[in-house]
Design a protein around this ligand. Structure first.
Ligand code: M6R
Length: 624
């Protein structure tokens, strides 16, 4: 959830590190810091609560002030440096808890993404041995451990000795005055990669930090470390053996387009969804052979599949829950979705003839990645459905399917969700086709249905935009609690809509399958708690939902309904209603997606929330 960036080369690199960090701020943004070995071979550093903007301000203030010594000892730039943005796990966000962290003599600096699970024990031991700690973080133990180890051991042996003592997940960058020409990078579970250019080396949590500098990337294998000096780098495994991970060409280059005039990335990304659906369809139908190769599942395996499992977290889990209906209805395959954080700690059964699809925008989410590793270890076939081509999941799964959302910057997922739904819809048709259940014509029809859904998604925002901004959002922004209801395929969609309201507006939402109302939540219905009900196009389910809406109204509940144009009875019951044209019933969630996101966005805007970066959250959750 933090990001690390490092540099070794001939150039003064502070600016490059800060630029790299600001591209990775989506991973965490509550504090930041920088450390380098400067021209006098001294360790110089700066850190602060707040993101890169605050760090730049602090640097500017320091440089204007008297704190810069005339000897140049404190000069805050160098050709070997590390930087960090933090998303707090241990210790609140303060200047002291910001990274880098130091040893007792402030001659070693460490930045870290991950969690050192046994830090309490290590800290106690180190304190007993006389080490002085200043922060509440888990990371500081690494600096003190390293301090002890490099007193007597070679650099390589010192790193090996430190990693044998650490439990947990970590991507670490370390610099020290004792080895002023060396940048050390260590990886266990948390992502870390090198950017190898002609005369310089970058190291970062994500290639985005250096995509404008080089397209040559080395993804460090799990449980490895690298000693970088100038442009030389030696990679070792945890047995101390030299290893040679391949240098790969990074083809996934997303250059930031900025907000393109929108007030927030989230709004821009909401409006990109129609385009994302078109891109997904065109990509999948235009590159079928290549995509099939990437999926790496033979037609025979597909024909033989008995179960499909989806695994994901948050929005990606919701996409899987919706995908269940696609797989069952279209491909007639028994399908189940699992929350990665639950799956990995449940008793593990290895299912025969089962394909597991790990769904993830980032491809780095710790729980999903660990679930994937668990499956790989027991030789279960896996596919990563991910948006980031260079991600760990894409590299580690047996096959992959790339969604075509482009870079999603806002923490709240919008277009990534849409692209997952579109890809799953097409995937279900492919499976059905391989099993001889549908013809090519049906696949072509599915593409058309998705285009139509994209059109409706966007048009419905346009249709209600002014009303939402002027009247509807101001009215609902004053409520403290909401209940969201769905049924059948609209239930996972209600979960996703509820997550958006909680995440960006900080409003409490309880979300239920509507059929569960009378088993408890009906007691919550009153005029102070609006009920948002997402309709379905299946006639049987619609009738049930209409019954649930009547139950709400009969208890003086306030009803907001997302309904389809022929559902007159339900529409008549609603206090506020959003109406959509009829589509294929399986695509009902997709057409409602844009409008509900826009509605929630407007409420968050009125409540003056930091929409693109909600409190306590980060875009990529690379810790458990
Ligand atoms: O990158 P992933 O799709 O694996 O991320 C999973 C969740 O952390 C993510 O979907 C999260 O729930 C979103 N911020 C919700 O908008």
């Amino acid at each position: 959830m933090c990001s690390v960036v490092g540099y070794s080369g001939p150039r003064l690199c502070r600016q490059m590190i800060l630029e790299g960090l600001s591209r990775l701020e989506y991973r965490g943004y509550d504090s930041s810091g920088f450390a380098c070995i400067n021209a006098t071979s001294k360790l110089a550093s700066v850190k602060t609560q707040g993101g890169i903007q605050q760090l730049n301000l602090k640097i500017a203030t320091q440089e204007m002030g008297v704190s810069i010594s005339s000897s140049g000892e404190n000069n805050l730039d160098g050709t070997l440096a590390i930087g960090h943005t933090r998303w707090s796990t241990h210790g609140v966000s303060t200047d002291t808890n910001a990274h880098p962290h130091f040893d007792c003599h402030k001659s070693i600096a460490v930045v870290h993404n991950g969690i050192i699970e046994n830090f309490v024990l290590l800290k106690e031991k180190l304190q007993l041995a006389g080490h002085h700690f200043v922060s509440q973080t888990d990371t500081e133990v690494v600096a003190h451990l390293f301090e002890d180890e490099i007193k007597t051991k070679s650099l390589e042996k010192a790193v090996l000795s430190v990693v044998t003592k650490l439990q947990g997940a970590y991507a670490l960058l370390i610099i020290s005055e004792k080895y002023p020409d060396y940048l050390i990078a260590v990886r266990k579970s948390s992502p870390l990669c090198l950017g190898v250019a002609d005369k310089e080396i970058f190291v970062a949590s994500d290639v985005t930090a250096f995509t404008d500098k080089t397209d040559q990337v080395v993804f460090l294998p799990d449980e490895s470390f690298v000693l970088i000096s100038g442009t030389d780098y030696h990679v070792y495994n945890y047995f101390g053996e030299r290893i040679y991970p391949p240098v790969q060409k990074n083809t996934c280059i997303w250059l930031s387009e900025g907000k393109s005039g929108y007030e927030h990335y989230m709004l821009k990304e909401i409006y990109e969804q129609k385009r994302v659906i078109i891109d997904t369809v065109n990509f999948l139908r235009g590159n079928t052979a290549a995509v099939m190769q990437q999926l790496n599942i033979s037609p025979e395996t597909v024909q033989d599949i008995q179960n499909i499992h989806f695994i994901g977290c948050g929005t990606s889990w919701h996409a899987g829950l919706i995908g269940e209906y696609f797989m069952q209805e279209i491909a007639q395959v028994a399908t189940q979705s699992f929350l990665a954080s639950e799956f990995r700690y449940k008793k593990f059964f290895s299912y025969p003839r089962t394909l597991t699809i790990i769904i993830s925008q980032s491809g780095e989410t710790a729980d999903s990645l660990e679930a994937l590793r668990l499956l790989s270890a027991s030789k279960q076939p896996t596919v990563a459905l991910a948006n980031v081509a260079s991600s760990s999941m894409v590299r580690e799964a047996d096959g992959f399917l790339l969604t075509q959302a482009g870079q999603e910057i806002a923490v709240a997922s919008t277009k990534a969700f849409t692209s997952q739904i579109a890809a799953l819809y097409i995937f279900a048709h492919w499976v059905a086709h391989s099993k001889g259940l549908i013809t090519n014509k049906a696949i072509a029809r599915a593409h058309e249905e998705l285009f139509v859904a994209g059109e409706i998604l966007e048009n419905s925002i346009e249709r209600y935009k002014f009303d939402i901004v002027a009247r509807i959002a101001p009215y609902y922004a004053k409520y403290k609690n909401f209940i969201f209801l769905g049924r059948h395929i609209s239930f996972p969609f209600a979960l996703e809509a509820a997550l958006k309201l909680k995440e960006i507006a900080y409003i409490f939402v309880d979300c239920y399958p509507a059929g569960e109302l009378k088993h408890g939540p009906l007691a919550l219905i009153d005029a102070q708690t609006p009920v948002v009900l997402f309709s379905c196009l299946d006639e049987v389910i619609y009738k049930k939902l209409y019954g649930n809406a009547q139950e709400v109204k009969a208890r003086s509940g306030h009803l907001i309904v997302f309904a389809f144009e022929h559902q007159k009875d339900l529409i008549a019951l609603a206090d506020t209603v959003f109406i959509f044209p009829k589509v294929n019933p399986l695509l009902a969630p997709l057409v409602m997606t844009g409008l509900v996101q826009f509605f929630v966005y407007q409420i968050a805007l009125l409540l003056e929330r930091p929409i693109d970066r909600p409190r306590n959250l980060a875009k990529s959750v690379t810790v458990e």
